[in-house]
Design a protein around this ligand. Structure first.
Ligand code: GLN
Length: 492
């Protein structure tokens, strides 16, 4: 079979159940594709062929014994921010280049328990700080739609791998857009769940009050399968929510677009950097949803201008605290021949962290320092609350809120934007994390350069089923999500 990589998760599940192919065949098929095609895409930091085949054989044995469940033997790849026992976990950083975790992240452990086969670990911006994946110590990943462009970030390796059919689906994390924006740049569906829906245990922390893991895949249906694995309370993460988890696959047809009230924030469509093509494709997708029975309601989100400054205070503040643990003493990179302890700290961190990470540690440390704490950090927290209230007010009159996922399509590799230009590109995604809300990206067409455009739908707390369901209905009526980059059509 040469086209196993074209099958959806449901088709893979059925094919395995009906013995049309084994997990070993499927896994070998993906490993061959990675060996041939990832030379150009560079989505993987680490590929684990031996381990994958051991897991595939175990899945096949379990299936023969009658113990398989719906995903037993289906391959997956993880963002390299999720700790994997016995496999290197780098978070895209030199400082963790030699780090092998002694335990699995809960998300990884749940994947294993569901019978998923791990193909490897995916590239990302260092410590998830960035929007292009160029901030990785391991080099830039290419966008499968045009290899001269970035896949977005920080989960750029996850997006590129799935878009090039080098993994059927992948995990990502989203602190300020890192699932939705790369999904948008690579023509994928990606869901950022409500804060607390997915365990953060073993997910290397960037900004703990904003970080959330979620699925990246070719469709809402594929995402639903992975959400069924990832979601749920975890005693090892005190911020994970102890409440019933939906069956996201079973619920895919539960929300009808008919009668759905979609809020259109006035402020979002007047942003100066919003590209014409992006605006046009997003508006066309909203028209389509309207044709399917939705009502578009203009709403106000008055805090829009404060999203970028608020996030870029709170996230670096939390990062500066979280990243203190990388000190050259306990694990990770250590400088050569330190003269004393101070020298060890200073040089290990200066040599181990990249420029963007250092920039954020400096900003965060400054914002948290005694004389400035109230003026910056405390103030940002107050603004954060106002941003949340803005959304809650909007949800009194609408069911979901629509926005672009990003103001532009994928940048060129090496575009060399200034940090502030780069940060402004996050305008549409940051508020969702500041408020802790769930949101999804769905592909809705292409710009004039044939680069994908994404629509973002933001839901109220715990509305993951609704978001997946709405996008699933849209994807039943359109075929943007079935379009493949030319490189994905290549056979290994
Ligand atoms: N681009 C944003 C940043 O650089 C968001 C990253 C993320 O969600 N991890 O912080």
């Amino acid at each position: 079979m040469t086209d196993l990589h074209r099958l959806s998760i449901r088709e893979l599940s059925e094919g395995l159940a009906n013995a049309q192919f084994s997990s070993r065949e499927l896994t070998e098929h993906y490993l061959k594709r990675i060996a041939k095609i990832d030379v150009q895409v560079k989505s993987y930091v680490t590929v684990t062929p031996e381990l994958a085949l051991v897991e595939a054989d175990a899945a096949d044995t379990l299936r023969k014994a009658g113990g398989a469940n719906v995903l037993t033997g289906v391959p997956i790849a993880h963002k390299d921010i999720f700790c994997t026992q016995g496999i290197k976990t780098t978070a895209g950083s030199k400082i963790l280049d030699n780090f092998i975790s002694p335990y699995d992240a809960t998300v990884v452990a749940k994947g294993k328990a569901s019978g998923l086969v791990t193909l490897g670990k995916l590239n990302m911006d260092e410590f998830a700080m960035g929007s292009t994946s160029e901030n990785s110590y391991y080099g830039a990943t290419a966008n499968p739609w045009n290899l001269n462009h970035v896949p977005g970030g920080s989960s750029g390796g996850s997006a590129a791998a799935v878009a090039a059919d080098l993994a059927p689906f992948a995990t990502g994390t989203d602190t300020g857009g890192s699932i939705r924006q790369p999904a948008s740049f690579c023509g994928l569906t990606g869901l950022k769940p409500t804060y607390g829906r997915v365990s953060r245990f073993g997910m290397i922390a960037y900004a703990s009050s904003l970080d959330q893991g979620g699925p990246m895949a070719r469709s809402a249906e594929d995402c639903a399968y992975l959400m069924n694995v990832m979601a749920g309370h975890d005693a090892k993460d005190s911020t994970s929510m102890n409440q019933v988890v939906d069956n996201y696959v079973a619920n895919l047809n539960d929300t009808s677009v008919k009668g759905l009230r979609i809020g259109i924030p006035k402020q979002y469509f007047n942003v100066s950097g919003l590209a014409e093509d992006v605006k046009a494709r997003v508006e066309e997708s909203l028209k389509k949803l309207e044709d399917m029975g939705a009502t578009l309601v203009e709403i106000d989100l008055n805090m829009t201008e404060s999203y970028v400054p608020t996030y870029y205070l709170i996230a670096p503040a939390e990062a500066s605290s979280n990243l203190q643990r990388f000190d050259g003493v306990r694990y990770g990179y250590r400088c050569e021949n330190p003269v004393d302890l101070m020298d060890l700290y200073k040089r290990s961190r200066s040599e181990g962290f990249g420029a963007e990470v250092q920039r954020r540690i400096l900003i965060g440390t400054y914002a948290l320092s005694a004389g400035y704490y109230d003026a910056y950090y405390v103030k940002a927290q107050k603004v954060r609350r106002l941003i949340q209230q803005d959304f809650l007010k909007a949800f009194e009159s609408v069911d979901v809120i629509a926005a672009p996922s990003a103001p532009t399509t994928a940048y060129k590799i090496g575009a060399d934007l200034t940090p502030v230009e780069m940060y402004l590109g996050d305008i549409y995604t940051l508020a969702v994390n500041l408020a802790g809300l769930p949101a999804i990206n769905a592909p809705v067409g292409f710009d004039q350069n044939n680069l994908p455009v994404g629509l973002q739908l933001i839901g109220n707390y715990w509305s993951e089923s609704q978001l997946l369901s709405v996008v699933h209905q849209y994807q039943q009526a359109t075929d943007w999500h079935t379009q493949r980059a030319a490189i994905a059509e290549e056979n290994a």
